[in-house]
Design a protein around this ligand. Structure first.
Ligand SMILES: [Zn+2]
Length: 205
């Protein structure tokens, strides 16, 4: 068991859940801190919890494609068409990933840390972009606000940020790029058939 570290905002003891966590929200005061592997650095931001109906929840466990996973945290994005949720998960044998949930449909995506995306201005709906060696057909370009967050997260996007995004497909793969205030994230993944996602029932106490 890792030694607890303390929330720089309220002093509550917190335990960082895995080595991929870069953003920690405090379950007591809602303070958002950056985590560098050793200490927590307060951002001055705090989380709002937005309840979007979902079979998933914080700390949920289950199987995806037969592999065990656990939910570490989530970000809720609001855009013109409504909301989508990105669940930060650790997956047995695959490390970290995000389960993206949009109107009941799920995709599993992984951040491509070594891939550079073209500038947002080059993306047009029905256009194409070359991203990380893939020819990506762009189906959506837009702006979204991170209106909710919970738990512990990877990546550079923080609660409260306004981001620009590009969603597209390359063959069987789904490619998305999020242009945030602190950096650009490129994700590549694939849709998850609903019957390939099994969520354990929530237990209380
Ligand atoms: Zn706190």
């Amino acid at each position: 068991m890792a030694d607890p570290i303390h929330c720089p905002t309220c002093g509550a003891p917190l335990v960082v859940r895995n080595r991929f966590v870069t953003v920690v929200t405090c379950e007591f005061c809602g303070g958002v801190s950056l985590y560098d592997g050793g200490r927590l650095d307060p951002t001055g931001r705090s989380v709002e919890v937005v309840q979007v109906p979902s079979p998933l929840y914080l700390d949920a466990t289950g199987q995806i494609g037969g592999r065990d996973f656990r939910v570490l945290g989530r970000l809720v994005y609001e855009y013109d068409g409504g909301y989508w949720t990105e669940w930060f998960v650790e997956v047995e044998g695959a490390g970290r990933a995000w389960l993206v949930e949009d109107e009941g449909a799920f995709s599993i995506v992984q951040e491509q840390s070594d891939v550079t995306a073209p500038p947002f201005e080059e993306a047009r709906p029905a256009g194409s972009l070359r991203i990380g060696g893939l020819d990506v057909f762009v189906d959506e370009v837009g702006e979204a606000t991170v209106v909710g967050a919970e738990g512990q997260l990877g990546g550079v996007i923080l609660p409260g940020e306004v981001i620009q995004y590009v969603d597209g497909v390359a063959g069987e793969r789904e490619v998305s790029v999020e242009y945030g205030e602190r950096g650009v994230e490129v994700y590549v993944g694939r849709p998850v058939p609903r019957d390939a996602l099994v969520v354990d029932e929530e237990t209380y106490g």
